[in-house]
Write a protein that binds this ligand. Structure first.
Ligand code: SAM
Length: 345
């Protein structure tokens, strides 16, 4: 009888510590790139555990820097790890990691905001959207100045099933400035409820995992950091194009302390403002005296559906932007004044 062979889990061999790597390669943190390093492996292991099971999975790590989180991902048994790092000073240290984990690490020196993730992984990974998520995770201790534009871009990608989501409902485990993490996960009527809460929650199950105190990073940032996990929903809660949803949500939240009808009115040109806002609120069956923070995702679904309906009946409405109308009004006023002045002289 053949002896059953025990599978030995992969562990990285002894390596210089991350602190030693930072010294060895003289990796001073660059403020411009929002570099705050995590050196405590218990914390990096904890971030990786929030992603779920990464054993034998494909993983993309965003901004690996000196490689603390990278080591935790490899120790958790990832089969294929794609590193996207903008700062070339980190590449030699990351190459060292790829040498001790042969065939597992791929390094891309580039900007995650422009990197074509849809080409980064084998197509065989792809799962149907309604199926379970693919065996692909995105994990990152993101730079603060990149995290918000990046999550907005990825939410749009989720809506269009592009970028990292051509493979299906790819899960994300990312860090944010604590305040941004709170906004992403804020529920109806909470103080932190904002545009970001609606945009994230209509497309994903968003889970706040834990907070990392600022003092755990080197150098210490001004703020604490929140770890957030996103799983794209099989059925988005709003079935309208991303840009349309974004427009409605942005308008509603621009007067966050006022009744929601105030922001909704601004979706319409001045001449029809009150009339069309009333039609929209009536069709959506949403109480106009609720504050933006009190509106549920269901309310936003009804509002975006009603707005889409009005746009289909009023050509040009979707492209209307009250800020542009205001800008032209001011411009005309100024031109008028200039003309009067010129005539007088
Ligand atoms: N992951 C490391 C850790 O936890 O110690 C470093 C985290 S540090 C907050 C952010 C990292 O992202 C830095 O290594 C920085 O160079 C990198 N970075 C900044 N902007 C980036 C971008 N647009 N694309 C890819 N990496 C970026």
């Amino acid at each position: 009888m053949a002896a059953s062979r025990k599978i030995v889990p992969f562990r990285l061999p002894p390596l210089p510590t991350i602190g030693e790597i930072i010294k060895l390669y003289k990796l001073r943190a660059e403020k411009q790139l929002s570099q705050n390093f995590l050196l405590d492996m218990r914390l990096t292991d904890k971030i990786v555990r929030q992603a779920g099971c990464v054993r034998d999975a494909h993983v993309c790590e965003v901004g690996p820097g000196p490689g603390g989180l990278t080591r935790s991902i490899l120790n958790a048994g990832a089969a294929d790890l794609l590193l996207v790092e903008k700062d070339n000073r980190f590449i030699p240290g990351l190459k060292l990691l790829s040498e001790v984990a042969p065939g597992k690490v791929r390094i891309v020196q580039g900007d995650i905001l422009t990197y074509r993730m849809d080409r980064g992984f084998p197509k065989v990974l792809t799962k149907a959207w309604e199926d379970d998520p693919p065996d692909l995770h995105i994990i990152g201790n993101l730079p603060f100045n990149v995290s918000t534009p990046l999550i907005i871009k990825w939410l749009e990608n989720i809506s269009n099933r592009t970028g990292p989501f051509v493979y299906g409902r790819t899960r994300l485990t990312l860090t944010f400035q604590k305040e941004v993490a709170e906004r992403l996960t804020a529920s109806t009527s909470s103080r932190q409820r904002s545009r970001l809460s609606i945009m994230a929650q209509y497309l994903c199950t968003v889970k706040s995992c834990f907070t990392i105190p600022g003092r755990a990073f080197i150098p210490k940032p001004e703020v604490d950091v929140g770890v957030v996990h996103f799983t794209p929903l099989a059925q988005p809660q709003i079935q309208q194009p991303f840009k349309l949803v974004e427009k409605v949500v942005r308008n509603v939240f621009q007067f966050r302390r006022k009744h929601c009808h105030k922001g909704i009115e601004m979706l319409f040109p001045e001449a029809q403002r009150l009339e069309l806002a009333e039609v929209m609120m009536r069709e959506a069956d949403v109480d106009p005296t609720l504050r933006p923070t009190e509106l549920s995702i269901t309310d936003f679904r009804a509002l975006t559906d009603a707005y889409s309906h009005l746009c289909s009946e009023n050509p040009g409405l979707l492209a209307y932007d009250f800020r542009e109308e205001l800008r032209l009004k001011h411009l005309n006023k100024r031109m008028g004044m200039t003309t009067v002045r010129t005539q007088k002289t």
